[in-house]
Design a binder for this molecule. Structure first.
Ligand code: GCU
Length: 353
């Protein structure tokens, strides 16, 4: 949706504010109840939050972030907006999360496993075969009683506030050599995983050799044979062109890991009265990103098939599930994790596959 352009005659005269000059500045206090001082979009507001994203500008999360920025600008009369940077322009998730912590980048989307480095309890939602269905995952993430403490757990130590958790697809393995049907098929294959111990252990238990790295390096590593394969959803497989260099995509369905939308805690607090306006817009942004995901998966898969990728659904999922069970069992090892795990099981029971 395009913002309507507003021209305003201020009492003191016509003041056209240069949005470029304002970007990054601390927003001026508004005259009580007055109309906006300038028209703007999310990336030309007076204070523009940088939002780091490691996938392309076609991704529904990116589109939702741009929209959130525009709505924020509109709702705050151009005091605040967001500019989203796609394709790791601001760095890998593992790097840029430190910038969100120090406030030099205000916002980002981040994969669940990278959060484990700050608070290991995030592991629960990153474990294999945890969620039975997308509605089960959505029910857990929408429940403030379940998520509240986790979302705030890094505010004091890292100045990171979790605004919400998003659906980020179902992950499957792919490789350059052959369809994967059983754990034995992964033997000796070097498979890229996200940067966390849980993901390393998971691929080892699934039968492969784990290689943690940032997403941007994967294409080159597959191309040169440094990696034999990776694991991800269909959208990354196609958008980052992994389908060109790893033809076999096999439906192990081993993960339904969330992404989180993060903001620097001080940046959020510094919004004053606009903070609640902003927080009120976030649920719709998350919903928009989630709603767009299914179609993005379908388009991505069709694109990959179009260039010759082979999707294999003849997979012994039960064998993979058995193989990774020790990781699940050993990870649910404190009361916080047990409570999160129990919430997932209740949601699974209410929202079966
Ligand atoms: C998905 C996920 C990202 C994550 C990426 C990865 O695309 O949405 O947050 O970074 O996978 O495997 O690194």
């Amino acid at each position: 949706m395009k913002l309507s352009r507003v021209i305003l005659a201020a009492a003191a005269g016509l003041a056209l504010v240069s949005t470029a000059a304002c970007a990054g500045a601390t927003p001026a206090p508004t005259a009580g109840g007055s109309a906006p001082a300038a028209s703007c979009t999310g990336d030309t507001a007076q204070k523009v939050f940088k939002l780091a994203f490691n996938q392309t500008d076609q991704h529904p999360q990116f589109i939702a972030a741009v929209e959130l920025g525009n709505k924020l600008a509109e709702a705050t009369e151009c005091r605040y907006g967001i500019k989203a940077y796609p394709s790791e322009q601001l760095g890998t998730q593992a790097d840029v999360v430190n910038n969100v912590s120090d406030g030099s980048v205000e916002m980002m989307y981040i994969g669940g496993p990278v959060m484990e480095g700050f608070n290991a309890d995030f592991i629960v939602f990153n474990l294999p075969y945890m969620f039975d269905s997308i509605p089960a995952q959505a029910a857990v993430f929408a429940d403030e009683a379940v998520m509240g403490d986790l979302n705030k757990s890094l505010e004091a130590s890292k100045k990171i506030t979790v605004l919400g958790a998003l659906h980020a697809g179902v992950r499957n393995v792919y490789n350059a050599d052959k369809p994967i049907k059983t754990p034995a098929d992964l033997a000796g294959l070097k498979v890229r995983v996200q940067q966390s111990e849980s993901q390393v252990k998971m691929i080892e238990l699934m039968g492969g050799v784990a290689s943690p790295m940032g997403q941007g390096e994967v294409y080159g590593a597959l191309q040169t044979g440094v990696l034999n394969g990776a694991e991800n959803n269909e959208t990354v497989y196609n958008a980052l062109k992994h389908d060109e260099v790893a033809q076999y995509y096999s439906y192990t369905r081993h993960l339904m890991i969330p992404d989180y939308l993060l903001i620097n805690t001080d940046a959020l607090a510094g919004m004053g009265a606009d903070k609640d306006v902003f927080l009120g817009l976030v649920p719709d942004a998350i919903k928009a990103a989630n709603d767009g995901f299914e179609e993005f998966v379908a388009t991505s898969k069709a694109n990959s098939e179009g260039i010759g990728a082979k999707f294999n659904d003849d997979v012994d999922v039960a064998a993979f599930k058995t193989a990774v069970k020790p990781l699940v069992d050993e990870s649910i090892n404190n009361p916080v994790r047990q409570a999160l795990y129990d919430a997932v099981q209740a949601a699974n029971a209410a929202n079966p596959a």
